[in-house]
Design a protein around this ligand. Structure first.
Ligand code: AMP
Ligand code: ZN
Length: 498
C-alpha cells in the first residue's frame, strides 16, 4: 500500500497520512445546508470527498464517514416560512433531492448521514459541559463561547487574535476574520421561529455546535479526517475545534482537508450574477451527470476549478474516449498472443495513476496517466499489434482507475429515468416544492437527450435511404428547433447542441 500524502490545513503542509486505527479511517464531512438544491460548487466539494473515500477504500482501509445535514439555520427557517411549510417538511424534500443527486453523481453514500435537528439533546449536553468548564456563558437567553479562554483559538485558520476584545459577541453563524468575537452556541427563541424547549431555555442551536456534536458522537473525541470547502476553515471549523477541545481536553481532529472553490467563468457563483447552477439545471440543458462528475473530479482539489460549458463539453469528449477504449477492449477481436511491452504499458498506467492519487489526490495526473495508457493501447490496436493476451491487464488497470473515478459505465439515462428526471416522467413531490424566489424549479429535461437525438437521426437516415427527403428535412428542422445542429459527413450525420 502506497502511503497517502495529504495537505493538512492544521499543519500547513503535506503530511503522510496515518490513521489512528491501523486499517480504519474515520472521516467527518460537513454536508449540505438543506435550504434548496445543492449547486455544482457544493458538488465539487462532495466529489473531492468521494474521491478521497474511494481512494482510501481502494488502498484497503475500512472507511467510516459521517455526513451531517444542516436542517436548521437562518436560511432553512426563512425559506420554510416562505414556502408555508414546517421546517421538517421543507428540509425533508431537499434532503430527498440531495440523495437523488448523490446517486446521479455516483457519490458513495457515507456510512452515517445525520440531521442536526435529531441531535438537539446532545448539543444541549455539550453546551452544558462548556458552561461547567467556564467556556460558555449566557446572555439574554443565548449562550456564547468565550474565545479568549481557549488559548489555541486560531490554530487552524492562523488568525491573529491580538485585536480581540473579551466579551464582544456575534450572533450570526457566518462572519469573517476581521470580526472574531464570542460566537453563539445556542440562540434564544425568537418570535415566529421554530425552537426547542430545553434545560438551556427555549431556543435553537448555532451552526458550529452541530458538527462538534455529531462528529464526536459517531467517531469519538479524536478522529482522523475532517473536511469541507475552504470557506469553512473560518469560522466554522475553527469554532468546532474550540468547542470540542475545550470540552474534552483532547485533540479533536488529526487531518483537516479543505477543497478549493468552483467558480463560473472566473467569477464567484452568486445569485445576483445569475450563474448558480444546480445539477438539475445542467441536466435540463442536456448534460450528463457522469460528464459533470468527470469535470468536477478532473481538477486537483486544492486548485480553483473554473466551470465553463466548453469545459463540460470537453469532459464529455474525454470520457467518451475512455469509454470507446473500454468498448474496444471488451468487444474487438485481437490476434492470439501477448505483447510484453504492452503488459508494461498497462502496469505502468496503474502504477502512475495510483502514485498520482497518493500524491495529495492529484486527479489531473491520474487522468493523464490513464490517457497515456489509452493512447498507447489505441495505437497498438490500430496497427494490429494489440493481442488477445493483453486484454486482461488493460481492463484491470482501467477497472481499478474507475473504482475511484466511476465514469466508465454509461448509466445516465437509466438513472435519470429511475428518478423521474426525464421528460414526461418527472416526480411530482419534488417538482412541487415552492422555492423562495417564487419561481417553480423545473426538473424535467427540456431539450432532447442524447438517446432521443440519436433515435431521430437514425429515423432520418432511414428516410433518406428510402428517398423520402421531405421527411428527412422535417426531422432536421425539428432537431434544429430543439437546438440540435446536424452536419452530414462521410461517416454519417454528426450533431451538436447549439
Ligand atoms: P453549505 O451547504 O453551504 O453548508 O455547503 C456544503 C459544502 O459545499 C461545504 O463543504 C462548502 O464548503 C462547499 N461549497 C460551497 N460553495 C462552494 C463552491 N463554490 N465551490 C466548492 N465548494 C463549495
Ligand atoms: Zn460542519
Amino acid at each position: 500500500m502506497m502511503t497517502l500524502r495529504i495537505y493538512n490545513t492544521l499543519a500547513g503542509r503535506v503530511e503522510d497520512f496515518q490513521p489512528i486505527e491501523d486499517k480504519k479511517v474515520r472521516i467527518y464531512t460537513c454536508g449540505l445546508t438543506v435550504y434548496g438544491y445543492a449547486h455544482i460548487g457544493n458538488y465539487r466539494t462532495f466529489v473531492f470527498q468521494d474521491v478521497l473515500r474511494r481512494f482510501l477504500r481502494y488502498q484497503g482501509y475500512e472507511v467510516v464517514q459521517v455526513m451531517n445535514l444542516t436542517d436548521v439555520d437562518d436560511k432553512t427557517i426563512r425559506n420554510a416560512k416562505a414556502a408555508g411549510l414546517s421546517l421538517r417538511d421543507y428540509t425533508d424534500r431537499y434532503i430527498e433531492a440531495f440523495d437523488i443527486d448523490r446517486q446521479l453523481l455516483s457519490l458513495e453514500k457515507p456510512e452515517i448521514v445525520v440531521r442536526a435537528t435529531d441531535h438537539i439533546d446532545d448539543m444541549v449536553k455539550l453546551i452544558q459541559t462548556l458552561e461547567q468548564k467556564g467556556y460558555a456563558y449566557k446572555r439574554e437567553g443565548s449562550y456564547y463561547f468565550r474565545v479568549e479562554k481557549f488559548s489555541d483559538y486560531g490554530k487552524l485558520s492562523k488568525i491573529d487574535l491580538s485585536g480581540i476584545r473579551a466579551g464582544v459577541r456575534v450572533d450570526a453563524d457566518e462572519y469573517d476574520k476581521a470580526n472574531v468575537r464570542d460566537f453563539v452556541l445556542w440562540k434564544a427563541a425568537k418570535e415566529g421561529e421554530p425552537f426547542w424547549d430545553t434545560p438551556l431555555g427555549p431556543g435553537r442551536p448555532g451552526w458550529h455546535i452541530e458538527c462538534s456534536v455529531m462528529s464526536m458522537k459517531y467517531l469519538g473525541e479524536t478522529f482522523d479526517i475532517h473536511s469541507g470547502g475552504v470557506d469553512l476553515v473560518f469560522p466554522h471549523h475553527e469554532n468546532e475545534i474550540a468547542q470540542s477541545e475545550a470540552a474534552t481536553g483532547k485533540p479533536f481532529v488529526r487531518y483537516w482537508l479543505h477543497g478549493e472553490h468552483l467558480v463560473v467563468n472566473g467569477e464567484k457563483m452568486s445569485k445576483s450574477l445569475g450563474n448558480v447552477y444546480t445539477l438539475r439545471d445542467l441536466i435540463a440543458k442536456g448534460f450528463r451527470p457522469t460528464a459533470i462528475r468527470y469535470l468536477l473530479a478532473s481538477v486537483p482539489y486544492r486548485s480553483i476549478l473554473n466551470f465553463t460549458f466548453e469545459g463540460l463539453q470537453q469532459a464529455r469528449h474525454s470520457m467518451e474516449r475512455l469509454r470507446n477504449f473500454h468498448y474496444r477492449l471488451t468487444k474487438e477481436a485481437f490476434p492470439a498472443g501477448k505483447s510484453e511491452d504492452l503488459e508494461q504499458v498497462a502496469a505502468s498506467g496503474r502504477r502512475s495513476f495510483e502514485e498520482a492519487l497518493a500524491d495529495n489526490l492529484n486527479t489531473a495526473e491520474a487522468l493523464a496517466a490513464i490517457f497515456e495508457m489509452v493512447r498507447e493501447g489505441n495505437t497498438a490496436m490500430d496497427q494490429g499489434k494489440f493481442f488477445d493476451g493483453n486484454r486482461e491487464a488493460f481492463l484491470d488497470t482501467l477497472g481499478r482507475w474507475d473504482q475511484i473515478f466511476a465514469v466508465l459505465e454509461d448509466n445516465d439515462q437509466a438513472k435519470l429515468r429511475q428518478f423521474g428526471l426525464v421528460k414526461g416522467e418527472q416526480k411530482v413531490s419534488l417538482e412541487e416544492v415552492p422555492v423562495p424566489n417564487g419561481e417553480a424549479k423545473k426538473m424535467l429535461v427540456e431539450t432532447l437527450n442524447d438517446e432521443e437525438i440519436e433515435k431521430r437521426i437514425a429515423e432520418r437516415e432511414e428516410a433518406r435511404r428510402g428517398r423520402d427527403f421531405k421527411h428527412a428535412d422535417q426531422i432536421r428542422n425539428d432537431l434544429l428547433k430543439s437546438g440540435i445542429l446536424l452536419e452530414d459527413t462521410k461517416a454519417g450525420a454528426r450533431w451538436k447542441r447549439m
